[in-house]
Design a protein around this ligand. Structure first.
Ligand code: NDP
Length: 450
């Protein structure tokens, strides 16, 4: 045991020395190393072949200048990136994020997580992530279009349907994907499935917009099922007000639960009556105008309260679904959730809970699902969009909904298989990391020293 602790520390020292100051990336690697190194101890071939060392070094990172003109003729310079982390089991796959906080560390953490997530889906997809430090808030549709076109003018050289297939993420929805797809098509003169999350008119898949949020709720349902419980009648606190959060709230509602909060970067709304379909649709439309504040919800629905500058984790609940961004739930928030009776946390966002927050949740025996398992429904549906594009066919909504449900069930089962402890409880962090790692690692062994 002491050997293992020493080995983990030595490994992390090595990673830290190679990636100084990249706090988000180091946080993501630390969590994986703590669970994978014990597994690699039991299976020495992975240590001997330095699989984890190889996996923490991206295949490549492309960084480029994005110049664009605003409506007043002003010139702006942003930085774009694509982190191509691992294509061991398929083309690089992962979203594009437009947010002022985007930097190499954030995209490396997201790309690294994506390797394991994509492996868990059972579909042939490698891991990657991209984006730019561009802030779409307050920008006109024309400005966003010009930015997307300029971004793709460089990115197109690095992607392709068998090379790297980006999708949306924070700040990038169907509209931005449309602008980028249009520009790609102009440049390469080919209509191909190079992006996912496309509009239904030009090769998008039904169920893609819903898949991440619905999937996180399906995963919660499967965790509860093991304890002979269901979502029905349970109160849920949800953060975020974007694609993932609104669809998570919607599926909780479908399952007879009661979502009572949503949040954005300005604060959160608490609606003790619960959000219904009509209220969720209103949020979807309202937030589609990038920059619109959720505060307006409390003006429209009088029983709701707006809590400026706060996060929703102090509201009593049975279930919590962080669906906004990384590190939005820390140890104090986790303690508040535990004290207020929360029994389950299912992450719709990527790494929304800090390391210390996860420790508090796990020590309290709360069912805790890391994002790389719980939010894998989105990329799984992207994988099905890719196969529909390649085969030039379109699957029905019912068929895809059932496929998503089954994929989430399979991911849950894989986590149980690899994460079940002697006492019958499941460590979903161990389960997700080991199940995701093994397939990628075995593919890398097959390729030899490369
Ligand atoms: P959206 O852009 O649709 O929504 C993001 C939401 O989170 C907005 O309400 C935004 O508030 C809020 N938010 C973003 N950054 C911050 C911040 N720094 N502090 C507080 N609030 C913030 O993004 P998605 O819903 O697509 O993504 C949400 C999360 O889910 C991300 O972690 C993403 O990586 C993850 N994810 C997304 C997938 C997808 O299919 N879209 C797939 C898997 C994971 P505001 O409106 O004020 O900016």
């Amino acid at each position: 045991m002491a050997d293992l602790a020493r080995e983990t520390e030595a490994f992390m020292d090595w990673v830290r020395s190679r990636n100084p100051g990249e706090t988000e990336f180091l946080q993501a690697v630390d969590e994986v190393a703590a669970t994978i190194l014990p597994f690699a101890h039991a299976h020495p071939i992975y240590r001997e072949q330095k699989i984890l060392e190889r996996l923490t070094e991206p295949d490549r990172i492309v960084s480029f200048r994005v110049v664009w003109e605003d409506d007043g003729g002003g010139i702006h310079v942003n930085r774009g990136y694509r982190v191509q982390f691992s294509n061991a089991i398929g083309p690089y796959k992962g979203g594009i994020r437009f947010h002022p906080s985007v930097n190499a560390s954030v995209l490396k953490f997201l790309g690294f997580e994506q390797i394991f997530k994509n492996s868990l889906t059972g579909l042939p997809m490698g891991g990657g992530k991209g984006g730019a430090d561009f802030d779409p808030k307050g920008r006109s549709p024309r400005e966003i279009m010009r930015f997307c076109q300029s971004f793709m003018t460089e990115l197109h050289r690095h992607i392709g349907p068998d090379t790297d297939v980006p999708a949306g993420d924070i700040g990038v929805g169907a509209r931005e994907i449309g602008y980028m797809f249009g520009q790609y098509k102009r440049i390469v003169n080919e209509f191909e499935g190079v992006l996912t999350g496309k509009g239904m008119e030009y090769g998008g898949s039904l169920m893609r917009p819903e898949a991440t949020g619905y999937g996180a709720v399906y995963f919660a349902e499967d965790m509860l099922h093991r304890r002979h419980e269901s979502i029905e009648g349970k109160t849920a606190v949800v953060s975020g007000a974007g694609n993932v959060a609104t669809h998570a709230a919607e599926k909780i509602l479908h399952r007879g639960g009661k979502p009572v909060t949503l949040s954005d970067s300005g604060g959160f709304i608490h609606d003790p009556d619960g959000l219904d379909e009509e209220k969720i649709d209103w949020v979807k439309h309202w937030k589609a105008k990038r920059g619109a504040s959720l505060e307006a919800y409390a003006d429209k629905y009088k029983l709701a309260r707006w809590h400026a500058g706060k996060l929703p984790w102090g509201i009593a609940c049975d279930l919590a679904l962080p669906c906004a961004t990384q590190n939005e739930l820390d140890a104090d928030d986790a303690r508040r959730l535990v004290e207020n009776g929360c029994r389950l946390v299912s992450e719709g966002a990527n790494m929304p809970t800090t390391k210390e927050g996860v420790e508090v949740l796990q020590a309290a025996g709360i069912l805790y699902a890391p994002g790389k398992a719980a939010n894998a429904g989105g990329v799984a549906m992207s994988g099905l969009e890719m196969s529909q594009n390649s085969a030039r066919l379109r699957r029905s909504e019912d068929d895809l909904r059932e496929a998503l449900r089954q994929i989430m069930r399979d991911i849950h089962a894989a986590c149980v298989r690899c994460g079940e402890r002697d006492d019958g409880e499941v460590d979903y962090v161990v389960g997700a990391n080991v199940a995701g790692f093994k397939k990628v690692a075995d593919a890398m062994l097959a390729f030899g020293v490369a």
